[in-house]
Design a protein around this ligand. Sequence first.
Ligand code: HEC
Length: 120
Amino acid sequence: MKHTHLLYLFIITAFYSCSYVNEDDLTEVIIVDGLVTYTANIKTIIDNNCISCHSSPPVNGAPMALATYTDVIAAIENRDLIERISSNDLGFVMPSGGPRLPQNLIDLIIQWQQEGLLEN
Ligand code: HEC
């Protein structure tokens, strides 16, 4: 009986520890070697955190898509994308309603802008 309980505990623990390894966690440990590019670094961040609303066509009240390189550039240049992801105001920050992206991902997007918004 005792052993059965331990086995259940083990299975439950194993299940939960695996379920925490999602794509977002993997994105956070990307080590950027060289210049940041949309294809190598930025697209995954947008796909994991923004595309659920900013799809093409956008849903949930989002005003524009962030589905392509051109879409994301336009949002940085004309829609204050960097200010929106950097904000500490939960009523303003993107992703809408928060939480704010992990700081290293925000920094990566800022670095991408500083390096000239390279595609590849
Ligand atoms: C849950 C849905 C949702 C998610 C997820 C989401 N957004 Fe939004 N986004 C919205 C809505 C709704 C608006 C319009 C209302 C507003 O501006 O707050 C918006 C507006 C914006 C705007 C301003 C557009 C304008 O014309 O002023 C930007 C920039 C933006 N989002 C970027 C992002 C980025 C980048 C992400 C991912 C890090 C993201 N959003 C994730 C729903 C979402």
